[in-house]
Design a protein around this ligand. Structure first.
Ligand code: SF4
Length: 329
């Protein structure tokens, strides 16, 4: 079956202005999401993964701007559209689930009112049909007693239920792209697992692409078809889930893997990545990971030249001088 591209981000650069000076927060970012595919962007806090979603949604803060590159949604260029223009896409063609659902739900309105308004706006149905569909959508996301829940306000629901309501709200608009930014981080482990299972089931059902942002490799293993690893505003590795977990190539990806405990072993040792994540105002010559990389002294170029992304095997890319060195030897 031929893949259908829903989101295509190419050579994206973005800056933030801090005290009259602009700093690059995204550098030459390219990736794509196909229909019925879940792509996870993974990396530490501040690596640019959330900024990327804000660029796609047209929600960059006032001090941020895209300086170069293209973002195509269903083939339409959406990078740099005005607020009025991007509203035609936001909510209908692309929907977003946040870490804290209260960011998106109105605390003063019942769940039923909000879901009905969303259905009337995005699906063009009348009030009676919207009310019926609201019950169906709550059932779809596994909420028991949906008719009673619709009468409640967001504060009357638990965090897990609120996240399910938000997922129902986003899905009810039938988006082509679902963006989920750390949607399970605030939930306890059992509820987190339920929400991930739900998203996996819904992916088949809703015929959309999912862009999932997380810092948690356990979550990536549960949900991703493909993984994009970010470090300090750059893409450092990309591959399918098996390639990234079984054969990580970039020292940063390997460091992330080593920082996760292996519960299958009797004794496990967590090896945190040494050093601090760089500040965006920091100017680091060469590879941005070099101050923390255990191999930075093995190659003369590490501290002087930024490594380019290379394809190691079909669909598996990494940006590291050592890979070039290994290939040449
Ligand atoms: Fe480490 Fe050098 Fe590779 Fe950067 S280019 S990750 S410093 S080995």
């Amino acid at each position: 079956m031929e893949k259908e591209r829903v989101l295509d981000v190419q050579n994206l650069h973005a800056v933030f202005k801090i005290q009259k000076k602009e700093y690059e927060v995204l550098h030459d970012i390219s990736f794509s999401v196909d229909r019925n595919e879940t792509v996870c962007i993974v990396g530490e806090s501040g690596c640019g993964k959330s900024v990327t979603t804000l660029c796609v949604m047209g929600l960059l803060p006032k001090n941020g701007r895209i300086t170069k590159g293209s973002i195509k949604l269903d083939g339409d260029e959406i990078a740099g559209l005005s607020e009025k223009e991007i509203r035609k896409y936001r909510g209908s063609k692309m929907g977003m689930i946040f870490q804290e659902p209260m960011t998106a739900l109105n605390p003063l309105l019942t769940i039923g009112y909000q879901l009905r308004e969303n259905l009337m706006l995005h699906r063009g149905v009348n009030k009676a049909t919207a009310d019926k569909m609201a019950v169906e959508y709550l059932t779809k996301v596994g909420i028991a007693n949906p008719a009673d829940r619709l009468k409640q306000y967001p504060f009357q629901l638990s965090g897990g239920l609120r996240q399910r309501v938000l997922i129902a709200m986003v899905l009810s608009a039938q988006p082509d792209l679902l963006i989920a930014d750390e949607p399970t981080t605030a939930l306890d482990v059992t509820i987190q697992k339920q929400v991930l299972t739900l998203l996996n089931e819904l992916k088949k059902d809703m015929n959309a692409g999912i862009l999932f942002i997380t810092h948690d490799l356990g979550v990536v293993a549960e949900i991703a078809d493909r993984v994009v690893v970010f470090y300090a505003g750059r893409k450092v590795e990309e591959g399918n889930t098996l390639q990234i977990f079984k054969n990580p190539k970039h020292p940063y990806t390997i460091g992330l893997m080593n920082a996760v405990p292996d519960v299958d072993k009797d004794e496990f040792v967590i090896q945190p990545i040494p050093g601090m994540f760089p500040n965006i105002t920091e100017d680091i010559p060469g590879c941005r990971f070099s101050p923390r990389c255990p191999h930075a002294d093995e190659c003369a170029l590490c501290r002087s030249e930024a490594p380019a992304l290379k394809e190691i095997e079909p669909g598996h890319f990494a940006a590291c001088h050592l890979i070039d060195q290994e290939a040449a030897s």
